[in-house]
Design a protein around this ligand. Structure first.
Ligand code: GAR
Length: 199
């Protein structure tokens, strides 16, 4: 159930983080904006009831919302709940469902995503998490990295905001590369979100 509290500081930006998994990026973003004057992480949204990110939301006393497919894709994409929480910016952090066009239309240029590779390579349907790192290693790439981009109605497709690279080492396993990529994500995603909000 979604429980909303009043916001005495009246933040200018109320962010919803959408995440499907462990939530290490969500944690870094939450920590970055704790006690921020104008930005509040107001809601954590997940499509998985047992996702680690929901424990993180609990730890930081952030309201959470578990969503299901039918309402998300064929209903109103949970717009009522997002509006009730006064959400005006959405951050995807390891969220594995496509964003329905109703949500994109309601939040034009206000939804961003992080992808664990250098788009446009290694993106698209089914390209997430370790599948991305396996594909990069199988293709014998010498370099990978992260891409932060606006979300449109195609997978991993919207305008690119930021990219940075890291090496792929000869004996890397997908886990080795994932760890290196996570370090980059944690260092850059919170700062890039803050920059997007100030533009
Ligand atoms: C991150 O590496 C993110 O880039 C990736 O999922 C991971 C989530 O990790 N996203 C995608 O692959 C989207 N296509 P986290 O749960 O530890 O933040």
């Amino acid at each position: 159930m979604l429980i909303l509290k009043t916001d005495p500081l009246n933040h200018k930006f109320n962010i919803a983080i959408f995440a499907s998994g462990t939530g290490t990026n969500a944690r870094k973003i939450i920590e970055h904006f704790i006690n921020h004057n104008s930005v509040k992480i107001a809601l954590v949204v997940s499509n998985k009831a047992d996702a680690g990110v929901l424990q993180i939301a609990k730890e930081f006393r952030i309201p959470s919302l578990i969503i299901e497919k039918e309402t998300f894709f064929r209903g109103n994409a949970y717009l009522n709940e997002l509006h009730a929480a006064q959400i005006n910016f959405i951050v995807l952090a390891g969220f594995l469902w496509k964003i329905p066009s109703a949500l994109i239309a309601a939040y034009p240029n206000k939804i961003i995503n992080i992808h664990p590779a250098l788009l446009p390579k290694y993106g698209g349907k089914g390209m997430y998490g370790h599948f991305v790192h396996e594909a990069v290693i199988d293709s014998k790439e010498k370099e990978s990295g992260i891409t932060i981009h606006y979300v449109d109605d195609k997978y991993d497709h919207g305008n690119i905001i930021f990219q940075t690279t890291c090496p792929v080492l000869p004996n890397d396993t997908p886990d080795d590369l994932a760890n290196r990529i996570h370090v980059l994500e944690h260092a850059h995603y919170p700062k890039i979100i803050e920059k997007c909000l100030s533009e």
